[in-house]
Design a protein around this ligand. Structure first.
Ligand code: CA
Length: 219
């Protein structure tokens, strides 16, 4: 999942970036509405966390323009103003969810999981495929009943594949969902993670679609 944070409060943005990065999300950050709209048009983030009070544009205007480009891109609004009017205006403009500052990170994580499930072909927090289970709430993965130790990237890679069972995910898609801007990535990093996952899950669970990407199939 690639998350774009649109927030001019730098300490808050940095805190979000760190916390979400630890959860395994690829997180990018811009500080104003104009840059947000540019990224939406060019990079196709998966989820946007949008502050309403931006230096150059009203957040609701930004949201309206996002909606004119993409009707389904999930947007969570952040606001310092915890008023019913703001909430209603935000939802009327097409926000998917709304958090008033200050908020608990755990609450944001829970809201993100809801949006991720909406994007996924899987509607449950527990994904079971053959002898592999992945629990998106506890982030636990088991193989043949045994809990596996996975790195953050391995977990996110597997989660992306299992949430899109039967669909091929291209290398480019997986890379944008796994890595933030500016993150140092070796050209074969993805293959290395796949290699490690295959050692833990058996060689056949993740299929290579030559020249395109990877997929997992319904058992
Ligand atoms: Ca602000």
């Amino acid at each position: 999942m690639q998350i774009l944070i649109v927030e001019d409060d730098r300490p808050l943005a940095r805190g979000l970036q760190t916390a979400l990065g630890k959860q395994g999300y690829a997180v990018n950050h811009v500080e104003n509405g104009k840059d947000c709209l540019h990224v939406v048009a060019t990079e196709a983030p998966d989820i946007i966390i949008l502050d309403l009070g931006l230096p150059d544009m009203d957040g609701l205007k930004v949201l309206q323009q996002i909606r004119s480009q993409s009707s389904s891109l999930p947007v969570i609004l952040l606001t310092a103003r915890d008023s019913i009017d703001d909430k209603v205006a935000g939802l009327d403009c097409g926000a998917d969810d709304y958090l008033a500052k200050p908020f608990e990170m755990t609450e944001l994580f829970a809201r993100l999981r809801v949006l991720e499930r909406r994007l996924s072909t899987v509607k449950s927090t527990l994904i079971i495929l053959g002898n592999v289970t992945l629990d998106t709430t506890t982030q636990a993965v088991t193989f043949e009943g045994q809990q596996l130790e996975l790195s953050r990237k391995e977990y996110m890679l597997l989660k992306n594949l299992m949430e899109n069972t039967g669909k091929v995910l291209t290398r480019a898609t997986l890379e944008t969902r796994l890595y933030s801007w500016g993150e140092e990535v070796c050209s074969n990093a993805l293959e290395v993670h796949i290699h490690h996952l295959r050692k833990k899950l058996g060689a056949d669970f993740i299929k290579t679609v030559r020249g395109v990407g990877y997929k997992v199939n319904q058992a």
